[in-house]
Design a protein around this ligand. Structure first.
Ligand code: AG3
Length: 276
């Protein structure tokens, strides 16, 4: 039965996606996870009625959250993805010659639903280099020292269990979990609707990492379409890819897009300018 799924994206703004049918709905200990078949965006994963990913636009988000840090590191052998149970971030990381990828997801149901119903996104989870850990990302990171070259936080919005992933204390643990030259990237919301969050995360990253920055990507099904990724570095630059590091087979990311993503419109730059 066709219907319109509606996400309230901010106070006074909603987005609706036409759905052909619900493929599977699961109530988990953490949330309600649903995979639906949409009319126009392929299959869509929602958690507690918040759009996480659609088959049609997921490439933009997953490529940007991964390749910007991955192509800024000379040899990212060991990578950690926190959240990201759909596997999209892992799939992109595996386009690089990595040795090991750990994925820590709190909700096992997100992984099994994605494996079953979103194979084009979750395919990388079956790769032998990938270790899937069901658990709390904050605790996992706290227990890791000098362990990773790149840490990617692909979380839900900062409500409920994900809240701690946007806090300064977590960023400090991320820094300790990174090896020399390590990079951290995370999705940090909309510059229109989460301006305070974006500004606060940047301030915290600046105080924890030697270098911090923001970059933008376009994800049509997220609030406002324009999305912020925040990056912290233990030392190296990240505003353009290192020579020879850009991989083939991407649809949104390339060398020019990497550098352009750090060009911020004045209203976004203003969120962080006072801190530079
Ligand atoms: N990560 C969630 C992005 C937040 C979307 N927010 C929203 N629609 N209000 C996506 C997980 C994809 N691997």
């Amino acid at each position: 039965m066709q219907f319109w799924f509606t996400e309230e994206q901010s106070k006074g703004l909603r987005i609706s996606v036409q759905v052909e049918r619900v493929v599977e709905k699961r109530r988990t200990p953490y949330q309600e996870a649903v995979v639906s078949e949409t009319s126009d965006f392929g299959r869509m994963l929602t958690l507690d009625d918040v759009i996480q990913t659609t088959e049609r636009d997921e490439f933009a988000y997953h490529e940007m959250i991964c390749h910007v840090p991955m192509c800024s590191h000379p040899n990212p052998d060991r990578v950690l993805v926190v959240g990201g149970g759909d596997g999209g971030a892992v799939r992109e990381v595996l386009k690089h010659p990595v040795q090991a990828v750990d994925l820590v997801e709190i909700d096992e149901a997100v992984i099994s639903l994605s494996k079953e119903h979103l194979p084009s996104i979750s395919s990388g989870l079956a790769d032998p280099r990938v270790r899937v850990i069901i658990g709390d990302g904050i605790e996992f990171v706290a227990g890791s020292r000098d362990a990773y070259d790149v840490i990617i936080v692909d979380s839900t919005d900062p409500v409920g269990p994900a809240q701690g992933l946007f806090e300064r204390g977590f960023f400090e643990r991320v820094r300790r979990a990174l090896r020399e030259g390590g990079l951290f990237a995370a999705q940090t919301g909309s510059p229109f609707y989460s301006a305070e969050l974006v500004a606060r995360v940047y301030r915290d990253l600046r105080s924890v990492f030697p270098k911090a920055g923001l970059y933008l990507g376009c994800v049509p099904t997220y609030p406002g379409g324009l999305w912020v990724f925040s990056i912290g570095s233990v030392g190296g630059e990240f505003t353009s890819p290192l020579p020879g590091r850009v991989v083939k087979g991407t649809k949104y990311y390339d060398e020019a897009v990497h550098s352009a993503a750090f060009v911020l419109p004045p209203f976004v730059r203003r969120l962080i300018d006072g801190d530079r």
